[in-house]
Ligand binder design. Structure first.
Ligand code: SF4
Length: 132
């Protein structure tokens, strides 16, 4: 993420998040950008009403307005993460095609840790090796 501040008028941060792929059908990127805007507002004490997502494949920028609905959705996501952290239990991975472009794949290891114990994984690996 980088953010720009306009040169004329009162300062107003404008976060821009760069994504390699295409725009998604779900709201995750907009929520991520809104979370960055909320952090900037809190850190700088300035309003951040808009930002942008830049997608690499169409090489286009999409402006995002941080309206009340998106702010509420982002706050709910942050509360859910806080509850997960307070619970101290790592949720199981949800493997899928999305994992190929996930920056956490190396740490998550979704193919080897599908909510199972190491013993369960070893048993499955041995079975797969037995019947390739
Ligand atoms: S690699 Fe892990 S965190 Fe990333 S999308 Fe897959 S299951 Fe989710």
């Amino acid at each position: 993420m980088e953010f720009h501040v306009r040169r004329s008028g009162p300062p107003q941060p404008y976060p821009v998040e760069y994504k390699r792929g295409k725009p998604k059908t779900h709201d995750a990127d907009r929520v991520q950008l809104c979370a960055q805007a909320l952090c900037l507002e809190e850190m700088l004490g300035l309003p951040v009403p808009r930002g942008a997502l830049f997608y690499g494949e169409p090489r286009r920028r999409q402006e995002v307005t941080f309206d009340d609905a998106l702010r509420a959705r982002t706050a709910a996501a942050a509360e859910a993460v806080h509850a997960l952290l307070a619970g101290g239990v790592t949720p199981p991975p949800e493997p899928g095609a999305k994992c190929r472009s996930c920056s956490l794949e190396a740490a998550c290891l979704p193919k080897t840790s599908t909510g199972c114990s190491a013993a369960g994984w070893l048993a499955r690996a041995l079975r797969e090796d037995e019947y390739p």
